[in-house]
Design a protein around this ligand. Structure first.
Ligand SMILES: Cc1ncc(COP(=O)(O)O)c(C=O)c1O
Length: 385
């Protein structure tokens, strides 16, 4: 295959298998909602959504009306889509136009939905995240009542979101949130049994079966990343995305010579440097300067010097055959032979979370989709936002 300067290859079969594996944690009637916001955490929203549905997800979640419309424009016509974010009137109209379900926590949200043409709504209780939703269970019940009364509006769900599901040492905060939601949801479901309660994200799904209720909303784990920032293998999750570039140049670098902006790398011995044409303009963050490894020819090499917008430099060492690596594929996230670099490793180096590593990949990175190695569509640069 012709080398690509910045290529994210996404294995849709891995997303399918991850969804099937997560679905297996749920009771027979438990629903898996696949969260494909932010362009499927950088993996491609429509492709990820299709794979998730094929893997057993029964609905999809995004954050804006535009993201819901994007799924419809991509031909995902029938799947239930939940828009989880705060919406302006214009965004609410987009969500309604997409036939998506929305979230309410004030009576004014219900009135706005009715005015926009109506649709299905989920009421959100803020049990401790402190963002969207009302902290007041009485108000949340009042909003649910308003939704039941409003013309054209159908109350279908009750939800909350955990702040510390991924932090096992959270001094009981997760349990407090769970207890508060359970109290409220049980009371309302007692009165209207058809309502679906949903609270769990990926971490909660894997951590606590009592958080599963009628459905779970999973993002990070469907892409095969570990919600706890550990090795995804340990939980049977399969990373779906590989990021690669290629060796565009190999040059000798004598002891004392430097590479990159600010001369943050000065060779201590005669060595060879590889130049990969990928940089922070692709989402390979500048914080990885002198702080990452890449795989070339099945071996790990250190990234040296400053990550620039379009290039990085790699220390190949004083090997005789360095020039022969010209044109070789370089893996920044993914496997080569026995070696592997995970999004979790990159995140640890950056002091962030795996979510941010894949979300950071910019439209300049070509996305290519495959099924266990079988190419699905021609490689094309993602349209710029
Ligand atoms: C409201 C809500 N539910 C579910 C999710 C999915 O979370 P995760 O990717 O940790 O599974 C998110 C993502 O941030 C979210 O904002």
């Amino acid at each position: 295959m012709e080398p690509q300067r910045a290529l994210a290859r996404v294995n849709v079969a891995a997303i399918e298998r991850n969804c099937a594996r997560l679905r297996g944690e749920l009771p027979g009637d438990g629903g898996l909602c696949a969260v494909v916001k932010a362009d499927g955490y950088g993996h491609g929203a429509a492709q990820s959504a299709r794979a998730a549905l094929a893997g057993g997800a029964s609905w999809l979640a995004v954050v804006s009306g535009e993201e819901a419309l994007e799924l419809r424009r991509a031909g995902i016509a029938d799947a239930r889509v939940l828009v989880m974010g705060a919406l302006t009137v214009a965004e609410l109209e987009q969500a309604v136009a997409a036939g998506a379900e929305v979230v309410a926590w004030h009576e004014r949200h219900v009135r706005a939905l009715a005015a926009a043409g109506g649709g299905r709504v989920h009421v959100k209780l803020d049990t401790g995240m402190g963002r969207l939703g009302t902290r007041d269970a009485v108000e949340a019940s009042r909003v649910a009542g308003a939704a039941q009364q409003a013309a054209g509006v159908e109350l279908v769900g009750l939800m909350t979101h955990f702040a510390t599901a991924d932090e096992l040492d959270d001094e009981g905060f997760f349990e407090q949130q769970l207890a508060a939601f359970t109290r409220w949801a049980d009371e309302l479901r007692g009165r209207q049994p058809g309502l679906r309660a949903h609270a769990a994200n990926s971490a909660a799904l894997l951590r606590e079966p009592r958080s599963h209720f009628d459905a779970v909303r999973c993002g990070v784990a469907i892409y095969g990343m570990d919600p706890f920032g550990r090795d995804p293998d340990a939980r049977g999750l399969e990373p779906a995305l590989e990021l690669s570039s290629y060796v565009a140049e190999v040059k000798a670098c004598a002891a004392g010579q430097s590479a990159g902006y600010g001369r943050r790398f000065i060779a201590e011995r005669d060595t060879y440097l590889a130049v990969l044409p990928i940089g922070y303009g692709d989402g390979w963050r500048r914080g990885l300067s002198n702080n990452a490894d890449v795989l070339i020819g099945g071996r790990r090499y250190p990234l040296v010097g400053t990550v620039s917008m379009d290039n990085v430099t790699i220390d190949l060492g004083p090997r005789e055959d360095a020039m022969q690596l010209l044109g070789e594929r370089a893996t920044l996230i993914g496997r080569q032979d026995a070696e592997r670099i995970t999004a979790e490793e990159v995140a640890r180096r950056l002091g962030t979370i795996n979510y941010e590593v894949t979300c950071a990949l910019t439209p300049r990175v070509c996305r290519a989709y495959h099924r266990d190695g079988m190419s699905l569509v021609a490689t094309a640069a993602a349209p710029s936002a």
